[in-house]
Design a protein around this ligand. Structure first.
Ligand code: ZN
Ligand code: ZN
Length: 242
């Protein structure tokens, strides 16, 4: 695969199904081909006839009680890899991005300084003196300049198990859900194992798009709440507790 040979590093494990960095890499026992757990489960549920690469048999057992070394609070692999690449090997494109950020920050401070200067020079406003319109405009523009967004606490999305307990969503699906939630969308649609599901934020529930009957509860929790909930695992993969 082209992109596999271009990128380097231990995190470079691309799933042939979704062509993204693998989430919970899972090997088919018979042939050893590796995919995201979720992607492979989706293929298997759709009955597409064995391994997507070699058509070899897929042992159903790997979906029944999957157990992997699992970081329950793992991030989306792409994001983690991008952050690592940024820290370790700055490329030309990275430095030009940094240059752009630096330029805009410099411009912002230069602009603020200019606005500040005018404020200092501005005469006290009384009945006799007309306000310095230019200075006021500059002041207003400076105030309207976008402030950096406040840091958002890390939030996690969970869904209720069929019988009991809570599971965390696949981090990529979780990211989509969180983005829809913070942009105040009433509902959003996600694809889980190749099937469309609807998340209804007003009811905090999730149901298959084609059958409203079997809804499951979903929950949005912060890191502390997550720790207190004894989450079973991630996207159907049990967390091993030692
Ligand atoms: Zn995949
Ligand atoms: Zn195979």
């Amino acid at each position: 695969m082209m992109s596999s040979t271009q990128r380097q590093g231990p995190t470079d494990q691309e799933c042939p199904i979704c062509t993204c960095e693998m989430v919970l890499p899972t090997a088919i026992p018979a042939c050893g081909h590796k995919f995201c757990f979720i992607c492979l489960k989706g293929v298997n549920m759709s009955n597409l006839g064995g391994c997507p690469i070699c058509r070899g048999p897929i042992d159903d057992k790997i979906f029944k009680k999957p157990k992997q070394a699992l970081d329950l609070k793992m991030d989306v692999p792409e994001a983690a890899a991008a952050a690592a690449a940024l820290a370790q090997q700055p490329s030309t494109s990275t430095s030009s991005t940094l240059q752009q950020i630096f330029n805009s920050v410099t411009q912002f401070f230069a602009f603020s300084a200019a606005a500040g200067d005018k404020k200092v020079k501005q005469e006290p406003v009384d009945e006799d003196v007309k306000p310095d319109v230019a200075a006021l405009n500059a002041q207003m523009r400076a105030q309207a300049a976008p402030a950096p967004p406040p840091p958002q606490p890390r939030m996690y999305w969970l869904y209720h198990g069929r019988h009991q307990g809570w599971w965390r969503f696949d981090p990529r699906i979780e990211k989509d859900i969180e983005e829809a939630f913070v942009s105040l969308m009433p509902v959003t649609e996600v694809t889980i194992c190749g099937h469309p599901y609807v998340i209804d934020f007003s009811k905090m529930s999730q149901f298959p798009k084609n059958s409203r009957g079997s809804a499951r509860e979903v929950k949005r929790v912060n890191s502390d709440e997550f720790d207190a909930m004894n989450v079973k695992g991630l996207a159907g993969v049990f967390a091993s507790r030692s």
